[in-house]
Design a protein around this ligand. Sequence first.
Ligand SMILES: *Cc1c(COP(=O)(O)O)cnc(C)c1O
Length: 430
Amino acid sequence: MKFYNLKENNEVVSFAGAVKQGLGRNQGLFFPESVPAIADIEALLALPSIERSVKVLYPFVSDDLTESELLAIVTEAFNFPAQIQPISEKRAILELFHGPTLAFKDFGARFMAKCLQKFSKDKKITILTATSGDTGAAVAHAFHGIANIRVVILYPKGKISLLQEKMFTTLGGNIETLAIDGSFDDCQALVKQAFDDNELKDEIGLNSANSINISRLLAQICYYFEAIAQLYRQKGDKALDNIVFSVPSGNFGNLTAGLFAKAMGLPIKRFIAATNANDTVPRYLQTGEWSPNETIATMSNAMDVSNPNNWPRVEHMLKSGIVEEGCVSSVSIDEEQTQMTMIALAKLGYISEPHAAVAYKALQYNANDEEFGVFLGTAHPAKFKDVVESTLGQPIGLPKELADCASETILSKDMDVNFADMRAYLLAGN
Ligand SMILES: *Cc1c(COP(=O)(O)O)cnc(C)c1O
């Protein structure tokens, strides 16, 4: 399978090329030349999850990895579960936060790190990435200690929770962090600018570990299959023709992965892209006009994105018929509803956090009585301890992963939104 640039279609690369390059020319995203169809879905669902993930991913990577190499990567990367938890008769959550940094981004970041390690051989690489919270931690932990890979992470200073910050700014070694005096979109713009700077790119071997990297998206396809496999086991095939996924969305990588799963033949009826007040996509689907507003800070801060960088992939899939055009709707949930929903879920016996609450509420608005709604639990509630405790009025414990880093020192360097400063920093440390 080859991957082509969605903006400059004649740029065609292998999987290894797409992983190493991250972004194509003119900031174009890489996209697979075809989407492999699964012949026997039931047989696939019956497999253990690691074996199934190899079958799902192999057609995408077979130019560059043997099946046994892929098996080794998947086994190391996905060494923690994705877990369906029933919430009520028609609702379940897919918990994706049982990895080392307690967010779904561990799946993609760990898979990418193993692939890149394999493909880069001895060449020195700099990973430059922007984070609205959880990417930073997942990427930092996935790459920490890998020889020849320097990681530089940008994040909006003061706009992520202290515990989130501690999870990726305290590691040291090959992990460097820059606290940018701006928004997440400013950070993302700085990263994009660096990728347009060919001299810099060559000098430091630039790579991005953002969800624009195709390897992260491919990894995330696997847990949609796992979710359906678990539901199938719990409910039998009657559950299979009416499943709706509600995806709490920021950069829309998770939604893109879900659409790939559907295009491959996984029985998912449709998707709801749930956003917070940063509602560029729900407004776009309603009016046809793409008009990002200033980014607004919310409780679900990993979704504080007003110009989502995976949208061109989603748009392409909808417009080119890879998935049915009507299979994505989008709902924006405000702060008050988010809090009320966390309380409502607690009454059902489930302690959640703002991102999952946004997705659950979107289901309550948008799913009909015949549909079975699965919402994605993208982060562990303890990652948002302050807002969860103040909303629910009860203390929640810290899992070991967070307790361990809570007392460590933040090693970040402060920086303004200034490309020249960042460029100089990157060159100096190389
Ligand atoms: C990154 C993140 C999201 C948004 O995911 P996208 O793939 O960027 O849409 C949602 N929730 C949490 C907790 C996240 O870390």
